[in-house]
Ligand binder design. Structure first.
Ligand code: AMP
Ligand code: MG
Length: 336
């Protein structure tokens, strides 16, 4: 393989190297997940985890994809948003490789990368993105030369809410898939259940969302004696319905007809089903990439780097600093 772009992802728990070819054909990512022994993510520990694994992950990528440094055309990395210590590891590794191999460096916006890998994988052209991940929950659509945030969480990300709830129930990180399993098992045994059984707060404020209230209420319901599976099912129903409502309003206001799901929570079959039903009802198309491209991955960073290099200069070392609070709409979209 020659003329590939490598992408480095290190915004939070995931440290990942992936690549795309010149034409935008992606390969699998080589990833490691930091799992805190207890509690939530500790940024410095996560950064140490990433540093310790950098050399091993690069070697695997180069060996398993039979790559020589001469095959690598550019290296892209997440410049933000994310946790400073974690972002810094990915940026430093990328700067070092760029200098060692004498190839261009491209700092990219992590949230925009979720859109571009989704467009690459699904063929959608001008979607509304419902970006549901650990740290982020945003509804995004392109307006002119920016991807604008039409609505977002005002407190924690939906994935973070699921992980926190799971942790209170003794379920290890990542909690989202375990909650999905518990909800599915419970619902199979209780197919006629409705959302009044375990009532939770439904919080959509205009185009914005929040998840702290539902998190505390769900914990309370378990403490009151409701079955864990029933609470998991209701938690998904209420939280996902809120996201889908905002996504639908974004479709209506923007006049766009494609809904793209992205972020780790987009691996969930129930949110996909809700998206499918809502899109069918309004004559829109609901679409999402396969799971390996929903969760954070280096391949999506490579894909955005590839698109940026079509129309922009690489990132100068002087401008390569990370930006933990980089906004989705800060990035000027110069590509099609
Ligand atoms: P990301 O931040 O995009 O890498 O995604 C990680 C988040 O996605 C974590 O909060 C996970 O709990 C969540 N997640 C992964 N798979 C699922 C799933 N099947 N259902 C719900 N949440 C999930
Ligand atoms: Mg992400």
């Amino acid at each position: 393989m020659s003329g590939v772009i490598i992408g480095v992802e290190s915004t939070a728990h995931t440290f990942s190297f992936g690549l795309v070819t010149d034409e935008g054909r992606p390969c699998k990512s080589y990833s490691a997940l930091y799992r805190p022994e207890e509690g939530g993510i500790h940024p410095r520990e996560a950064a140490d985890h990433h540093s310790n694994l950098a050399s091993q992950l690069i070697s695997r990528l180069m060996n398993e994809e039979s790559l020589h440094p001469d095959d690598v055309k550019a290296i892209a990395y997440s410049q933000g948003p994310g946790l400073g210590p974690c972002l810094r590891v990915g940026a430093n590794v990328s700067r070092a490789l760029s200098q060692q191999w004498n190839i261009p460096l491209v700092g990219v916006n992590h949230c925009v990368a979720h859109i571009e890998i989704g467009r690459n994988q699904t063929g959608c052209v001008d979607p509304v993105l419902l970006y549901v991940s650990g740290g982020n929950t945003q509804v995004i659509a392109r307006a002119g030369e920016r991807y604008q945030v039409l609505g977002e969480t005002l407190d924690i990300g939906i994935g973070n809410m699921l992980d926190k709830f799971a942790r209170t129930q003794g379920l290890a990180f990542p909690g989202g898939p375990k909650i999905e399993q518990l909800a599915r098992d419970w619902h199979q045994k209780n197919p006629k259940a409705n959302v009044d059984l375990v009532e939770l707060p439904y919080s959509v404020q205009g185009m914005d969302l929040n998840f702290s209230g539902i998190l505390n209420a769900a914990i309370q319901k378990v403490n009151e004696g409701f079955e864990l599976g029933a609470v998991c099912w209701s938690l998904q129903e209420y939280a996902f319905a809120a996201c889908i409502e905002v996504a639908e309003r974004a479709l209506a206001h923007s006049g766009k007809s494609e809904l793209l799901l992205g972020g780790g929570v987009a691996c969930n079959e129930r949110i996909r089903e809700m998206a499918r039903i809502m899109c069918e009802q309004r004559g829109s198309v609901g679409t999402w990439p396969e799971k390996q491209y929903c969760i954070d991955n280096g391949t999506m960073i490579a894909e955005l780097g590839r698109r940026m290099l079509e129309t922009q200069n690489p990132t100068d070392l002087d401008y390569s600093a990370i930006n933990p609070s980089l906004r989705t709409d800060h990035t000027i979209v110069t590509w099609d």
